[in-house]
Design a protein. Sequence first.
Length: 194
Amino acid sequence: MLSLVWVGFLAAALVCGAACGRLDAVTAAVSTGAAQAITLAFSIAGLMCFWSGMMELLQASGLADRLSRLLMPLLRPLFGSAAEDRKAMEAVSANVTANLLGLSNAATPLGLRAVDRLYALAGRRGAPDSVLTLITLNTASIQLIPSTVAAIRASCGAAAPFDIMLPVWGASAASVVAVLLSGRLIRPLFPDEK
């Protein structure tokens, strides 16, 4: 589907460029944009490697486990009966910890491990409450260190790429609360899915 969107954008640009007599500007923008995309990708990759390495250090030092243990009392009420399973809650808190640190790449395998455990506890696939809660926390996650956004800002020349931290904290906390609350309010409308 995404490839169709990109083909549509490219076709629209070519048609508009030809209709306005600026096809040369369109072709110049393609080569400039491609070069900028490569530069952006390399600068983001460097910062993502750094933060992924930091996550590895946090895990090796035991600090990530301590942070996960600190999060467990906050997470237990959200996961109902699944909160009784130690392995499930360890996987969930590790995933939330990685998201808190802005390490979405490191959070993905942890989230998949947590979802597998939650499905095993629910005894079925589909949409158990615990899995939906984890997906919600993953999607609208609170980020203490918005490393990906900061990397993009740094590559675009921002003098202080991390000066967005307060707005990111506020917006992400508000989004998590809003989505968890709306999920709890809407879920009773679909009782057969529990």
